[in-house]
Design a protein around this ligand. Structure first.
Ligand code: ACO
Length: 334
């Protein structure tokens, strides 16, 4: 019997209502609109307000994806949820999402933690489940709040200006049509560089983990070696797209559209230049939303599909790099 493939059915996304411009950030730290735009391509980002939560954003994004597919929560067979930080320390938000969507079936809800590459890790797992015949329809959801833990002093400016909050969802399902769906996903990691971009605390290795008068300057904010991350991101993203494309018998010229993780416009420009893929074959949301971590790819793809930039039948490459280090690339026929 022919093995099923995984096709993308629909996307959804949600961004918080509060817009934070680069000029707004000038009030907190020594920075400028010009510096941020030139170095990253970001003009503004969204930050959550009271009442907007990881779960609430995830639910809104998931509902849009389900509505676009004319399906309900009981039509899905599994949830794969990804975030850097979830609503509760435990359990994971995947379980909470099952409830908030009103899903009554006892389906599995998996939480993945693979930072900016999380969506591609989720795609790899979902594709493997579908190909193996375990599940027919999987809802992948990414929801990220970074704004409530940013160091808004000048010391933290290299990281704080980059991140935004937001969520996105992608519904995938089994198909027997060999002309569409995920062709292959490459995922990888390099743990020797975990501390090049990480948040140390709160940590279960502190005895006790929680104590009075915590020193919030001691490891509670993200630490990043920006230049090192930048250089490695370009190398790995180029390598991943090239490998997954050639391994599956295609040339880089065959790619109709690239959806890259939105961490820095200069990273993506360098990747496209290196791969000799014209800038018109991509779409960016970083200018308006900043880096929404694991949500950037489905969020950007949702816009690109809605605006007719990606059409059914297109050969699409997804590519990401993030903390871990982790990276990956999916090649699919949309
Ligand atoms: N505003 C103004 N000046 C700043 C800011 C800021 N927000 N941040 C840093 N600077 C200063 C620095 O202090 C430095 O000053 P100095 O020359 O007096 O020492 C100067 O600007 C240049 O700093 P660089 O670090 O050399 O700037 P660079 O061109 O490397 O850009 C950036 C910094 C934007 C952080 C870049 O390195 C980058 O984007 N790195 C990758 C980020 C990324 O991809 N993260 C991974 C994904 S996230 C995830 O997985 C969770």
């Amino acid at each position: 019997m022919q093995q099923p493939r995984t096709r993308i059915v629909s996307f959804g996304h949600y961004v918080p209502k509060k817009v934070v411009t680069n000029h707004d950030l000038e009030k907190y730290m020594e920075t400028s609109d010009q510096w941020i735009q030139q170095r990253s391509g970001i003009k503004e980002r969204r930050w959550v307000s009271e009442g907007e939560t990881t779960l609430q954003m995830a639910t809104e994004a998931a509902k849009e994806a389900l509505e676009k597919a004319n399906l309900t929560a009981d039509d899905i067979d599994a949830i794969v949820f990804g975030a850097l930080v979830t609503d509760y320390v435990f359990p994971g938000t995947g379980c909470l999402l099952q409830k908030s969507l009103g899903c009554k079936k006892p389906i599995p809800a998996l939480d993945l933690r693979n930072q900016c590459s999380g969506f591609l890790y989720a795609m790899s797992v979902s594709d493997a489940w579908i190909r193996a015949g375990f599940y027919k329809r999987v809802l992948i959801v990414a929801s990220e709040i970074q704004s409530t833990a940013l160091d808004l002093s000048t010391e933290g400016r290299d990281v704080s200006v980059l991140f935004g909050d937001g969520a996105a969802a992608c519904l995938v399902e089994a198909t027997n049509n060999p002309e569409e769906g995920v062709i292959d996903t490459l995922i990888a990691s390099q743990g020797e560089f975990a501390e090049k971009l990480f948040v140390h605390r709160p940590s279960p290795n502190d005895h006790p983990r929680l104590k009075e008068n915590l020193d919030l300057t001691d490891g509670f904010h993200a630490h990043m070696d920006g230049k090192f991350v930048f250089k490695n991101a370009i190398i790995r993203m180029c390598e991943a797209v090239t490998t997954v494309t050639k391994k599956n018998g295609f040339e880089l010229d065959d790619i109709d559209f690239v959806v890259a993780h939105q961490a820095n416009m200069r990273i993506n420009q360098a990747v496209l230049d290196h791969l000799k893929i014209p800038f018109e074959k991509t779409h960016h949301t970083i200018d308006r939303y900043g880096n929404t971590t694991n949500a950037t790819i489905p969020l950007t793809m949702n816009e690109a599909v809605d605006q007719g930039m990606i059409k059914r039948g297109d050969l699409v490459a997804l590519v990401a790099f993030g903390s871990g280090f982790t990276w990956g690339s999916t090649l699919l026929r949309f």
